[in-house]
Design a protein around this ligand. Structure first.
Ligand code: NDP
Length: 397
């Protein structure tokens, strides 16, 4: 059906490339481009399909992107580089008439701050150009929004309470490692927490609120309230929501390391002078931590991510829990990557597939919950992330 360009050759990019290559009826031509071309070549070797093209690109440069898009002429770009590159890639898409999809909202490098305003500001320009931009199409954000849209479409007249619950019960046998880009991950977790209640945003200290939640096939795990970017679009797109929160599990060992990292200044994102060279401590830390892409081989256990929702249907109160459990080992066997990269990369591919099939094609800039969830939910079951539902159970929240 069309040509796809994947930008970024990290853990998520590797999974996207594998899944795109598994669907040749939809993706007829594939290119992987990233800052380091050898990483793209290694992915192509691992997939074993010499028809996949690779290229070097600095995605901070609109000019370089424009040149690449003009030579390859993709229908859609799947941006799985870092959130810092979202706006340059969107600019290049507008200049060359290419559609856009990403998995994380734009963040400026010098402030750890997540909000959609920067990308939503492109809505009119994408509309006028007749191009589609699909924002936040990983698992969370991504499937979390699609689950919510599916619940709203089929199971509720009004959603009132939404809790997104994200558990990683895996063990990678390292003292400390992050499951995706350490810089992005640590910036996210060390921020203040925030949730939405009765029309207001309530701020908490980082990791201040936590409670035990029970995850299917895993059991109880201490879960911490974080701010997560999809809350912003979900409360806007489902205005009946009275409260929306996001929870993520962390082990004590992880939190102890994180506290030390912060206390000794290694989570700083401002420049410091080291022997006459300017370095950013968090970027230096990334260079010495285990590479998330190398965790897969010895990773055991599962992730479990879902939405716990309550509200009304036909005048009655009801609860609904929809979730996926993903085995790190199964993900590794299929793609060479662990479950966190897998649960992000598979939905990114499906989003691009929805676009290619004309099911999610509308000019403008959209969050995933603004599209029809049904064909996407169907593909989740086919592409490796099957989902399960529990009706009227105890949500613990
Ligand atoms: P990695 O750090 O493993 O990979 C990022 C890739 O982007 C690397 O190949 C890197 O190149 C490349 N890159 C970075 N800067 C540039 C640039 N200026 N130009 C070209 N390429 C560049 O990250 P992950 O794969 O773990 O994560 C990818 C994205 O997925 C992130 O945006 C992350 O926030 C998002 N994510 C979303 C989730 C969700 O559920 N929605 C969950 C997890 C991640 P190089 O190798 O040379 O450094």
């Amino acid at each position: 059906m069309g040509k796809v360009l994947i930008i970024g050759a990290g853990g998520v990019g590797t999974v996207v490339a594998h899944k795109v290559a598994q669907n040749p009826d939809v993706f007829t031509d594939i290119m992987i481009a990233s800052r380091t071309q050898s990483k793209c070549d290694a992915i192509v070797n691992a997939i074993g399909n010499p028809n996949i093209k690779t290229a070097q690109v600095d995605a901070d440069s609109v000019d370089e992107l424009v040149k690449l898009f003009e030579s390859f002429k993709p229908e859609i770009v799947i941006n799985v580089a870092l959130p810092y590159q979202d706006l340059t890639i969107m600019e290049a898409c507008l200049k060359t008439g290419v559609n856009y999809l990403d998995t994380a909202n734009y963040e400026p490098k010098d402030v750890a701050h997540f909000e959609y305003s920067w990308q939503w500001a492109y809505k009119k320009r994408f509309e006028e150009a007749g191009l589609t931009a699909i924002l936040g199409c990983g698992f969370d954000p991504g499937v979390s929004g699609i689950y919510t849209a599916y619940a709203a479409k089929h199971h509720f007249d009004e959603i009132e309470y939404l809790d997104i619950v994200d558990c990683n019960a895996g063990n990678h046998h390292k003292a400390f490692a992050t499951n995706f880009n350490p810089e992005i991950n640590i910036r996210e977790i060390t921020q203040n927490g925030r949730y939405y209640e009765n029309g207001n945003w309530v701020t908490t200290r980082p990791l201040e609120i936590h409670k035990d939640l029970t995850y299917p096939n895993i059991g109880p795990r201490d879960s911490y309230l974080l701010y997560h970017e999809e809350l912003e679009s979900l409360v806007k797109n489902f205005p009946t929501i009275k409260r929306a929160r996001f929870w993520m599990t962390f082990g004590q060992e992880y939190l102890t390391h994180l506290r030390v990292i912060q206390n000794i200044g290694m989570a700083r994102i401002d420049e410091v002078d080291y022997n006459g060279t300017k370095i950013i401590p968090l970027q230096f830390l990334k260079a010495v931590l285990p590479n998330p892409q190398d965790l897969g081989e010895n990773y055991e256990g599962e992730t479990s991510i879902g939405c716990r929702i309550s509200g009304s249907k036909d005048g009655k109160q009801r609860t609904y829990y929809v979730y996926n459990n993903c085995s790190h080992q199964e993900a590794y066997k299929e793609t060479g990557m662990q479950g966190v990269s897998y649960t992000t990369g598979v939905p990114a591919m499906i989003g691009a597939m929805m676009f290619m099939k004309g099911l999610w094609k509308k000019a403008g800039v959209w969050n995933v919950e603004e599209f029809d969830p049904d064909p996407f939910m169907e593909q989740l079951n086919k592409q490796g992330l099957p989902w399960h539902e529990v009706f009227d159970g105890n949500l613990e929240l």
